[in-house]
Design a protein around this ligand. Structure first.
Ligand code: SF4
Length: 272
């Protein structure tokens, strides 16, 4: 009712409740909620976030049996992986959950052997054989699916990861997330390495978020062309592999390291 009376419906960009709160001010919203509706809001409290987990492979369920987590690249279930998932559902009666990491959990399975033999028969890679960098990465659909996209994301990130694996960097435990526009649907601004499209062939590269989502990344490169992305990522992951002497979580290392120093180590020539 507050939104009905005070929301701005004429301008779609300002139509959301958060903008109404900003316009009215938090104190007034609190007072109106309390006086008119008897709703008392308590203060927000910091909450410790649990570590990021992918839940891949076989995991025991409470009460018996287990679930099997499949690593689905950018959430796009297709080909052999799709056939295998369908068979696990049809033949083993699995129920399905999706994760915020774009992966698939096949749940309520009686045993591990059944699901693993279907994966083997369909030629699906077991999640532990997928490189760390690929398992951790996510991209939004971007072009051509999303009308707001300025650049590719889902279509191009797997190729960047191919290049990282070819450079011997697939085992770097880093979270890379990429979107095709600054709406950032797969959360690049909190990733350890975040990329978003911002122009026809321009990409912003951010570093230093935390994988739990509790810290914002800062800009490392404000504008990189598509042709510069592979050298930038290869250089960056090489820095993570070779320069992180204290063995910090990579987000922490990137957060603490001066961006000038990072750029010098990466060695990419960019226009000022
Ligand atoms: S981040 Fe942008 S391009 Fe990607 S899905 Fe969201 S709106 Fe579309």
């Amino acid at each position: 009712m507050l939104q009905r009376d005070h929301g701005d419906r004429k301008d779609r960009k300002l139509a959301r409740w958060k903008y109404t709160i900003r316009r009215l001010g938090l104190d007034r919203v609190r007072t109106e909620l309390a006086d008119t509706f008897g709703v008392e809001l308590s203060d927000a409290e910091p909450v410790a976030l649990p570590p990021m987990q992918l839940h891949l492979g076989w995991n025991e369920q409470r009460g018996g049996g287990g679930w099997y987590g499949l690593s689905v690249e950018n959430g796009r279930l297709k080909g052999a992986q799709r056939r295998a998932a369908r068979r696990v559902v049809d033949e083993l009666g699995a129920s399905v959950r999706l994760t915020p990491q774009q992966d698939l959990l096949l749940c309520n399975l009686a045993d591990r052997e059944g699901v693993e033999s279907i994966l083997r028969e369909e030629g699906v890679a077991f999640p532990e054989t997928v490189s760390l960098v690929r398992r951790n990465a996510m991209a939004c659909p971007a072009k051509p699916t999303c009308g707001l996209a300025m650049t590719d994301a889902e279509n191009i990130l797997p190729r960047y990861i191919d290049a990282l694996e070819e450079a011997g960097l697939g085992d770097v435990d880093v979270v890379i997330r990429m979107t095709g526009c600054p709406n950032n649907c797969v959360r690049p601004p909190t990733a350890e390495v975040g990329i978003y499209g911002y122009g026809k062939n321009d990409h912003v590269v951010l570093v230093g978020g935390s994988r739990e989502g509790s810290r914002l990344a800062h800009t490392l490169y404000p504008r990189l062309a598509g042709e510069q992305m592979v050298p930038a990522l290869v250089g960056l992951l090489r820095v993570l592999k070779e320069r992180n002497a204290e063995g910090l979580p990579v987000g922490e290392f990137l957060h603490r390291t001066d961006p000038e120093q990072l750029r010098a180590w990466v060695g990419l020539e960019v226009e000022a």
